[in-house]
Design a binder for this molecule. Structure first.
Ligand code: GTP
Length: 166
């Protein structure tokens, strides 16, 4: 089984870092900002099934916003990322969710990811706030850190597991 996934979210929230952590087990403190979009592919074995993830990592800078529909329209799952140390990125994540609800594929599986939980001392968005928003919008919710690898594999396994069941 193969399915297409798209990562959306404000610039600097850690989209590329999450995918690089998942696909290559790497993390860079000075990860370069994505231009346009980047493509990654990964094969996972979940409950004896082989699942191939084709992942579009979109650029968060506002000037690339108009390109996003090209990537999310064909996607089966969308991962919307914010940074727990920046409330502005949470506001931006909610805008992405609204856009996906209006213009995305109606069967799109959506996941809200609160990244950078290693920055707990700088937290601006409470876990309850993120979880409640996700629940109200029928999304999965998970807190991650691309830096420490916390919950990164779990994020992608959960999506794969869910996709296998629908
Ligand atoms: P754009 O490509 O501009 O949309 O950014 P992005 O969302 O892909 O973010 P990127 O992965 O480039 O990460 C931005 C910065 O945040 C980099 O300096 C990363 O090292 C850092 N970063 C990413 N994830 C984490 C994390 O979990 N914890 C911490 N402390 N820093 C992180």
């Amino acid at each position: 089984m193969c399915f297409i996934q798209v990562l959306l979210g404000d610039m600097g929230t850690g989209k590329t870092s999450l995918v690089l952590r998942f696909v290559k087990g790497q993390f860079y403190d000075f990860q370069e900002s994505t231009i346009g979009a980047a493509f990654f592919s990964q094969v996972l074995s979940i409950n004896e099934a082989t699942v191939k993830f084709d992942i579009w990592d979109t650029a968060g800078q506002e000037r690339y916003h108009s390109l996003a529909p090209m990537y999310y329209r064909g996607a089966a799952a969308a991962v919307v990322v914010y940074d727990i140390s920046s409330v502005d990125t949470f506001v931006r994540a909610k805008k992405w969710v609204q856009e996906l609800q209006r213009q995305g594929n109606p069967n799109l599986v959506m996941v809200l990811v609160a990244n950078k939980i290693d920055l707990e001392t700088k937290r601006e968005v409470d876990v309850e706030e993120g979880a409640r928003y996700a629940q109200d919008n029928g999304m999965f919710f998970i807190e991650t850190s691309a830096k420490t690898a916390h919950n990164v594999n779990e994020l992608f396994y959960e999506i794969g597991d869910f996709m296998l069941q629908i």
